[in-house]
Design a protein around this ligand. Structure first.
Ligand SMILES: CC(C)(COP(=O)(O)OP(=O)(O)OC[C@H]1O[C@@H](n2cnc3c(N)ncnc32)[C@H](O)[C@@H]1OP(=O)(O)O)[C@@H](O)C(=O)NCCC(=O)NCCS
Length: 154
């Protein structure tokens, strides 16, 4: 199954999937061009999005349709979203989660105090209240070296 960049016509399905997964929808409409989707012929199966604020980014809205969890789709969407962020110049990426803190370390994320979130992320609606204050903040570095490796092997 292909993972592709979202288009505005994907937005209603993305919102439905996020609501079904009990994730915040606030502000997602502003980040459709840095969102990714996976579809089959019938429906949206998964999505992931990045909010880009210069060299800081917020990974959000990683969700897989409940009947398709455990098939590796969440991992593929997350890897693709991190690559998208890297190519957009993001060097430090953050996320907030209440439900998946054990899912993200495999991508290099570690838990941080919320006070260590990059100040640029204050623009994010997800951070400005849509995500519960109890959510765990996590951070990962996106190295430029990795991008160089990709272009050499391309
Ligand atoms: C988190 C989520 C996106 C994972 O999607 P998925 O397609 O089921 O994940 P994958 O099949 O790619 O799983 C990859 C690995 O992560 C593990 N994993 C999946 N969900 C996990 C979770 N919530 N916590 C810890 N580990 C998890 C799987 O067991 C699998 O481990 P393995 O490689 O050792 O077998 C999905 O469970 C989901 O939509 N959850 C609700 C929304 C959410 O919490 N999103 C994250 C906050 S933005």
């Amino acid at each position: 199954m292909n993972i592709v960049t979202a288009t505005p016509s994907d937005l209603p399905d993305i919102v439905s999937l996020l609501k079904a997964a009990a994730l915040p929808v606030a502000g997602i409409e502003r980040h459709v061009e840095t969102a990714l989707v996976a579809r089959d012929a019938q429906q949206l199966l998964g999505c992931a999005a990045v909010e880009v604020y210069g060299q800081a980014g917020l990974l959000r809205s990683v969700a897989v349709e409940v009947e398709h969890r455990g098939e590796g789709l969440g991992e593929r969407l997350t890897t693709a979203a991190l690559e998208l962020a890297r190519r957009r110049g993001v060097r430090n990426i953050y996320l907030l989660t209440t439900t998946a803190s054990h899912f993200f370390p495999r991508f290099g994320f570690t838990a941080i105090p919320r006070s260590e979130l990059d100040p640029a992320l204050a623009q994010s609606e997800e951070l400005r209240g849509a995500c519960p204050a109890s959510a765990l903040a996590m951070h990962a570095s996106l190295s430029i070296a990795r991008l160089d490796e990709v272009s050499v092997s391309d």
